[in-house]
Design a protein around this ligand. Structure first.
Ligand SMILES: Nc1ncnc2c1ncn2[C@@H]1O[C@H](COP(=O)(O)OP(=O)(O)OP(=O)(O)O)[C@@H](O)[C@H]1O
Ligand SMILES: [Mg+2]
Length: 305
């Protein structure tokens, strides 16, 4: 498999603030690669360097073998961007928003008309073709951003939190469309705060925190390695921990106290639950381990702002 994006020691500083701190990664052609991380981790800053709107402070970054840099038109031509902020032109209609982008990419008028009709069908917005942006719901706006990102038939799509603020229906529709693009061979770079989104879409992910990459891997491998198979949550007062832990002393699992909950990470959650039943505790829950557990373990369970 060929590598499409290569970053080595990639760094971005804003004055004294190091937003991206010497990270290295490789994105393969045709995969979906996810950047996960809490607010301010440096996800948007990283993907903005990939799609050439933010200069690299130091380190190297190449896309399709070309050095990434502001104004690199060849790279802009092969990339589609779904930005975190909804930056549609409110004075224009749905159709006109797409026409502007088609012009930027030097797509002829007739060809643009064909592509725009096709794209509006793809994102299920045909009925809104003449509507003003202010008449669209947030989900529709996000779908229009996807259509706009596809006007130049890009080889690489950068999607920065594409489903933030959407209801489950709208989110699932966007997931389907992004998966469809991947099936057609498009490479996807995704940032997200939604662990389910990463699990649904990404072949590989990195977890970022304070500008650094903490971990890299496939979602299922990270869950298996960092957490295990199952999680048991026990909501008891902290002073009861000792009694519970003593009872489970022979049971192979890791535990952690966070706020009002005692967490157990283990392979055999059912077995653990049976042992806990002997203690007659009021509030216990057994569930499969998820990427969210990995995320919270790596980046902490409290706010760091
Ligand atoms: N244009 C800018 N000027 C100065 N500082 C910036 C700028 N853009 C981002 N930062 C800072 O860089 C750091 C990383 O921000 P970034 O937007 O990349 O984070 P993020 O991971 O995308 O967060 P979020 O999940 O909130 O979108 C933050 O501390 C942010 O305040
Ligand atoms: Mg961001």
């Amino acid at each position: 498999m060929t590598t499409l994006v290569t970053a080595s020691g990639l760094t971005k500083k804003y004055g004294d603030l190091v937003a991206v701190d010497g990270i290295s990664f490789e994105i393969r052609e045709g995969e979906c690669f996810g950047f996960l991380g809490p607010n301010g981790a440096g996800k948007t800053t990283t993907v903005r360097m990939i799609h050439c709107v933010s200069p690299v402070t130091s380190g190297t970054l190449t896309v399709g073998g070309l050095p990434s840099g502001i104004g690199n038109r060849a790279l802009k031509m092969m990339t589609g961007v779904i930005p975190q902020e909804i930056n549609l032109d409110n004075d224009l209609t749905v159709h006109e928003n797409l026409v502007v982008f088609a012009r930027f990419f030097d797509i002829g008028r007739r060809e643009a008309r064909v592509r725009i009709a096709e794209l509006l069908r793809f994102v299920e917005l045909e009925a809104k073709v003449g509507s003003k942006i202010s008449e669209l719901s947030t989900g529709m706006k996000r779908r229009l951003l996807i259509a706009r990102a596809l006007v130049n038939r890009p080889r690489l799509i950068v999607a920065d939190e594409p489903t933030t603020g959407l209801d489950p229906q709208a989110r699932h529709l966007i997931w389907q469309r992004l998966r469809q693009l991947k099936t057609q061979g498009t490479t996807l770079v995704l940032t997200t705060q939604y662990m389910e989104e990463a699990q649904q879409l990404c072949d590989r992910i990195v977890v970022m925190y304070q500008g650094k990459i903490l971990k890299e891997g496939t979602p299922s491998k990270l869950v298996e390695e960092e957490i295990g198979r199952e999680v048991v949550e026990v909501r008891i007062p902290q002073e009861d921990d000792e009694r519970v832990l003593r009872h489970l002393a022979a049971f192979p699992c890791a535990h952690e106290r966070v706020g009002d909950t005692l967490y157990f990470y283990c392979r055999d959650g059912h077995g653990l639950m049976r042992r806990l039943l002997e203690l007659d505790l009021p509030n216990t829950l057994n569930r499969p381990a998820t990427l969210e557990d990995v995320f919270l373990k790596l980046t902490g369970r409290s706010l760091h702002e």
